[in-house]
Design a protein around this ligand. Structure first.
Ligand SMILES: Nc1nc2c(ncn2[C@@H]2O[C@H](COP(=O)(O)OP(=O)(O)OP(=O)(O)O)[C@@H](O)[C@H]2O)c(=O)[nH]1
Ligand SMILES: [Mg+2]
Length: 477
C-alpha cells in the first residue's frame, strides 16, 4: 500500500473522540475530536460566552473561545470550557479537529465525552489520532513512532533522540539513501528493458562504490543500536552483598527516598525492592535484594532464590562489601555467584562500604578472589564516595558503546530489523558484483533494499504492521 498525501479517507467517514489527557484529578482535561463532523457536533453543544448558540464554522481556526458545553435538548451546563477549532489540513490529523479544554478530574470531562459520543462521534482507538496523521501524510511512520518514544521517554537522552526522529531526520537520511539506490536501479532497468537502444553499459565498479557507501551509512546507523536500546530501555542495576553491608542504605541514598527498611539486624530485606533513578541522563532500575546468608527458614530460602532469578536480568551488578569486617564465608559465596556470571555481558562495580569505621577487610585477597582491581570506597553514613559511584555507574554502562556525537540513534526494533536486512543484502550484493553476478539479479536485490527502506518510513506498510505500532499508543494520542 502507498501512503499518498491527502488520499486517505476513513472508510466510515467517522468522527472520533477521546480524552487526550491522563485519567485522574488535574487542572484541565482535554477532549479531542477529529473528523468530518467534529465542527458540526461541537456547534450543537457549545454555548459561546456561556449562552449564545454559534455555528463554529464562523470561528477562526486555532483560536481559543470561552463558553460552556451543554447536553443537547436539556441546555443544562455540563462544564465551563475553552474550545479551539483546528481546520484541516492544519491540524494534528489533517482532518477538522476540535479540542475542548474542560476541568480535569473524573466527572466533568467524562460528561463532555459522553455528550460528544451521543452526538455521533466514535470513541477513538489507542493511537488513532496519530495513525490518521500518518495515513493522511502529515508524518511518516518513523515520526509516528517517535511520538510514542517521546511520550514514554524517561530520561533526557532518549527524549532528545526521539525529538530528532520526530523532526523527520531519520526519514531524510533514509530517503536520501533510497533515492541513490532508485537511481542506479532505474539505469539498470533501462538497459534490461531496452537492450537495443545503445544505452551506456552499467559500470560495475560505479555501482559497487555507490553500494559500499550505502553499506557504510547503514552500518553507522546499526552501530548506534546498543546505545539506542540502553537509553530507551534503561539499565537494570542489582545491589548484591551479604546481610548488613548497607545495600538498602545505598538503595535509599541513590533513590533519595527512604523506601527500603534499614536496621542493624542482619536479614532485614526479604523482597526485591525496585526504584528508578536518573544518572547523567540515563535511567537505572535499581533493585535492592536480600543479603547473602545461609538460609535458615523458608522465607530466607525464597528471598535468596529471587535474588538469583533477578541476577539473570541485571546488566549491572553493584557488589557490596563491608570494609570494617574481614571477608567471611557469605562474602565468598557471593563472590563465587558473581563470578559465575563472567562472560555474560554484564558489568560489575565493587563497592566497599562503611569507610567511616576502621578497615579490617583484606583488599588484596578480595582483588584476587573477585578478579577485579578497582574498588569504589564509600561511607553511606558520612555520605562520601557516592558521586564517584554514580559517575562509575554511568561510565561503566557506556563503556564499549558507540555513541554518535551528532548523528541519529536507532532504538526502534523495527527499524533495526529493516536496517539489518538491508545490510545483509548489501554485503551479498557487493560480493556478487565483484564476481560479476548477472545484472538482472542485482536489480532484484536493489528492489528489495528499496522496499526495506520504505518500510522504515512507512512508504510501504501492511495493516498488521500498522496495528502493531499503533497499539502501543495510549488512548487520545
Ligand atoms: N557505620 C556505618 N554504618 C552503616 C553504613 N551504611 C549502612 N550502615 C548501617 O548498617 C546497618 C545495615 O544496613 P542496611 O542498609 O539495612 O544493610 P543491608 O545490606 O540492606 O542488610 P540486609 O537487608 O539485612 O541484607 C544499618 O544499621 C545501617 O545504618 C555506613 O556507611 N557506615
Ligand atoms: Mg536490606
Amino acid at each position: 500500500m502507498k501512503n499518498q498525501q491527502f488520499q486517505y479517507t476513513d472508510k466510515d467517514g467517522d468522527t472520533i473522540v477521546a480524552i487526550s489527557t491522563p485519567p485522574g484529578i488535574g487542572g484541565i482535561g482535554i477532549v479531542r475530536l477529529s473528523g468530518p463532523r467534529s465542527i458540526e457536533i461541537a456547534s450543537k453543544i457549545f454555548r459561546y460566552k456561556g449562552n449564545k448558540r454559534k455555528n463554529l464554522e464562523e470561528f477562526h481556526s486555532h483560536r481559543i473561545y470561552y463558553g460552556t458545553i451543554v447536553a443537547p435538548g436539556k441546555d443544562t451546563m455540563a462544564d465551563e470550557v475553552l474550545l479551539t477549532v483546528m481546520r484541516k489540513p492544519e491540524s494534528y490529523t489533517r482532518e477538522d479537529v476540535v479540542e475542548i479544554n474542560c476541568h480535569g478530574g473524573y466527572l466533568a470531562i467524562n460528561k463532555v465525552l459522553e455528550i460528544v459520543q451521543k452526538m455521533g462521534a466514535r470513541i477513538a482507538e489507542p493511537g488513532e489520532f496519530t495513525k490518521l496523521a500518518f495515513l493522511n501524510g502529515r508524518i511518516d511512520l518513523s515520526q509516528a513512532e517517535a511520538v510514542i518514544d517521546i511520550i514514554k521517554a524517561s530520561n533526557e537522552k532518549s527524549w532528545h533522540s526521539s525529538l530528532r526522529h520526530l523532526s523527520g531526520d531519520l526519514r531524510t537520511e533514509i530517503n536520501n539513501l533510497k533515492n541513490r539506490i532508485i537511481d542506479i536501479n532505474a539505469r539498470i532497468e533501462a538497459v534490461l528493458d531496452f537492450p537495443d537502444q545503445g544505452l551506456p553499459e552499467i559500470d560495475h565498479k560505479e555501482i559497487t562504490s555507490t553500494l559500499k557507501k550505502a553499506l557504510s551509512e547503514i552500518s553507522e546507523l546499526l552501530n548506534t543500536v546498543k546505545y539506542g536500546q540502553l537509553i530507551k530501555e534503561g539499565i537494570n542495576a542489582i545491589i548484591l552483598g551479604k546481610t548488613n553491608v548497607g545495600k538498602s542504605s545505598l538503595f535509599n541514598i541513590l533513590l533519595k527516598q527512604n523506601k527500603s527498611i534499614v536496621t542493624p539486624l542482619p536479614g532485614t530485606t526479604r523482597d526485591l525492592i525496585e526504584g528508578f533513578i536518573n544518572i547523567k541522563g540515563l535511567t537505572f532500575n535499581l533493585i535492592d535484594t536480600a543479603g547473602m546468608k545461609s538460609p535458615e527458614n523458608i522465607i530466607e530460602k525464597i528471598s535468596l532464590e529471587r535474588v538469583d532469578q533477578q541476577m539473570e536480568y541485571a546488566r549491572l551488578f553493584l557488589v557490596m562489601f563491608d570494609i570494617s569486617e574481614p571477608l567471611d564465608a557469605n562474602d565468598i559465596k557471593l563472590i563465587e555467584k558473581v563470578r559465575s556470571f563472567h562472560n555474560r555481558n554484564n558489568f560489575k562495580i565493587i563497592i566497599l562500604n562503611k569507610t567511616d569505621l576502621p578497615a579490617r577487610l583484606d583488599e588484596v585477597e578480595l582483588q584476587q578472589r573477585i578478579g577485579e582491581k578497582e574498588f569504589i570506597k564509600i561511607s553511606i553514613k558520612k555520605k562520601t564516595g557516592i558521586d564517584t559511584l554514580t559517575e562509575k555507574m554511568s561510565s561503566k554502562v557506556l563503556s564499549d558503546l558507540y555513541i554518535p556525537e551528532e548523528g541519529l540513534v536507532i532504538s526502534n526494533k523495527r527499524h533495526q530489523e529493516s536496517l539489518l536486512n538491508i545490510k545483509n543484502c548489501l554485503v551479498n550484493l557487493i560480493t556478487g558484483l565483484e564476481k560479476s553476478v548477472p545484472i538482472d539479479l542485482v536489480s532484484l536485490d536493489l528492489k528489495y533494499i528499496i522496499n526495506q527502506l520504505g518500510k522504515i518510513t512507512g512508504e510501504s506498510y501492511d495493516e498488521e504492521m500498522l496495528n502493531h505500532i499503533f497499539s502501543q499508543f495510549c488512548i487520545g494520542k
